[in-house]
Design a protein around this ligand. Structure first.
Ligand code: FES
Length: 137
């Protein structure tokens, strides 16, 4: 634990020891699965009402910083509009986490990119939501 504190912020340690919003949302309004260049995968699930993200969750098979980044990006996305959430960047996640070591900064990028893809998925099905039941994830 003392070693972790030398490398990660308190916020990051808290989020990877006690992840927020971990797990699937059934029949999400937006979903994405993205695998980063490191080989780790993240999924993000969105529940949207009146263009506002009322719930968001994530799953990852990645490292501790990716769990912290998935927790943070879903916390940030909740209660924003999809337009606002689309603008959440890697840097926003890093700032909210109090930074990550340089070699882990890409974990925040994976989280921000997965959120963007989940929002794209939401827009793709917005006009014809019935088509989602035919979509294979
Ligand atoms: Fe792959 Fe962190 S090392 S997401």
């Amino acid at each position: 634990m003392e070693d972790m504190k030398k490398v990660y912020s308190e916020k990051t340690i808290d989020l990877f020891l006690k992840p927020r919003n971990l797990g699937e949302l059934p029949t999400p309004d937006g979903f994405a699965r993205v695998t980063g260049p490191c080989g780790d995968t993240m999924e993000i699930y969105l529940r949207v009402r009146d263009s506002r993200i009322i719930n968001a969750s994530f799953w990852t098979d990645g490292c501790g910083p990716s769990i912290a980044s998935g927790s943070m990006v879903t916390e940030m996305a909740k209660q924003t509009t999809v337009g606002e959430a689309q603008r959440i960047s890697q840097q926003d996640v890093l700032t909210a986490l109090g930074g990550l070591p340089e070699e882990s900064e890409h974990c925040a990028l994976l989280a921000a990119n997965t959120l963007k893809e989940a929002i794209k998925d939401y827009f793709a099905y917005k006009k014809e939501p019935w088509k989602r039941s035919y979509h294979r994830q």
